[in-house]
Design a protein around this ligand. Structure first.
Ligand code: FES
Length: 348
């Protein structure tokens, strides 16, 4: 078939699409190759060196599978004594430079580093020979929605590429060199002072617990729905625990957003359970807000509107409303209040 490449991985014949990398071809057939810096939505960079495989036969060599395209007739081994030894050393160096407080880490059990360590196997005695990091690096908690803990960062660069390739924002990059390398915003200033838009796309792709949502709780069940913040119609899953909204994540099957969300869709759900939320209309009397019934509030509004001239009146419609609601708002403004002083929050 045109565009089909036939190859053998671990003695198993598989068919891959032309242009796929060895790693993509293997993963698509359920063959696990350890990897940390690969993300299917991002350009490969080959930073972690964990995805090594051996190409046998005429092309015999060891390569990183996340950057090597498949070729017709390739014969590949994903595990050999030499590859396993190399992976183990790469793993040990990563773990020696990484916090091992897994039990208090928000990524525990979901962490890719744990997954690779389980697969590769880590020798405690050998780990003991490596010098841990001399001092703890400060946690950047300046962003109101998420924290960055460089002590848990494995420098895979997935956050950097997400910010650049998917979001086109470029708020962060690798800073410094050698052992001092870290992910930082321009001038190594707190994240809140960078041009970060707090979309959280880096947080959801972080393979370890370096980027974590503030106050995150694991939901017990999730409900598929559509974001109500604007008219884009992004699909998302809202997570619920003890009848409280505790999380939001993009729906990868939604054609409107392919699983991506903006700051409002991802982090703007906490108002739902906020105890300060208004539950009744309030009317200001003698400088104080007083709760009243809806009928009374609507009568007051109607009375004031009837005494308001066209040039004293303006409406701002809302992206949170349906098209039909917004149509009625403009009709009311133009036909009843007799003014064109009308705008929409999406323009602000
Ligand atoms: Fe290939 Fe990291 S996944 S080098």
């Amino acid at each position: 078939m045109a565009g089909q490449i036939n190859l053998i991985i671990n003695d198993r014949s598989i068919a891959a699409r032309e242009g796929m990398t060895i790693l993509e071809a293997a993963l698509s057939k359920g063959i696990y190759i350890p990897h940390l810096c690969h993300h299917h939505e991002l350009e490969p960079v080959g930073a972690c060196r964990l995805c090594l495989v051996e190409i046998q036969g005429e092309w015999k060599k060891t390569v990183i599978s996340c950057k090597t395209p498949v070729k017709e007739g390739m014969v590949i081994k994903t595990e050999t004594p030499e590859i396993n030894r190399t992976r183990q050393v790469a793993m040990e160096l990563l773990i020696a430079d990484h916090d091992t407080d897994c039990l208090v880490c928000g990524q525990n059990t979901k962490c890719k580093l744990q997954q690779v360590a389980d697969h590769v196997g880590v020798n405690k005695d050998r780990l003991g020979r490596l010098k841990p990091r001399a001092e703890r690096l400060p946690i950047d908690d300046s962003n109101p929605f998420f924290d960055f803990d460089p002590n848990r960062c494995v420098l895979c660069g997935i956050c950097v590429r997400t910010c650049d390739e998917l979001q086109n924002i470029n708020a962060i990059d690798f800073a410094y060199r050698g052992l001092g390398t870290k992910i930082a915003g321009f001038g190594n200033k707190p994240r809140i002072e960078s041009n970060c838009e707090s979309c959280g796309e880096c947080v959801v792709r972080c393979p370890v617990g370096a980027l974590t949502e503030k106050g995150a709780k694991n939901p017990t069940h999730q409900i598929r729905t559509v974001c109500t913040f604007c008219g884009c119609g992004c699909g998302l899953y809202l997570g619920v625990r003890d009848n409280e909204l505790v999380s939001a994540r993009g729906d990868r099957k939604s054609e409107a957003n392919n699983g991506r969300l903006c700051v409002k869709g991802r982090f703007g759900y906490k108002f739902v359970n906020n105890p300060e939320r208004l539950t009744t209309p309030l009317v200001k009397r003698d400088g104080e807000f007083v709760p009243v019934e809806w009928d009374e509030a609507l009568d007051i509004i109607a009375d004031r509107f009837s005494k308001t001239g066209p040039e004293e009146f303006a409406t701002i419609a809302s992206a949170k409303c349906t098209n039909e609601d917004n149509y009625v708002v403009q009709k009311f403004t133009r036909a009843v209040m007799r003014t064109n002083n009308l705008d929409h929050c999406a323009r602000l």
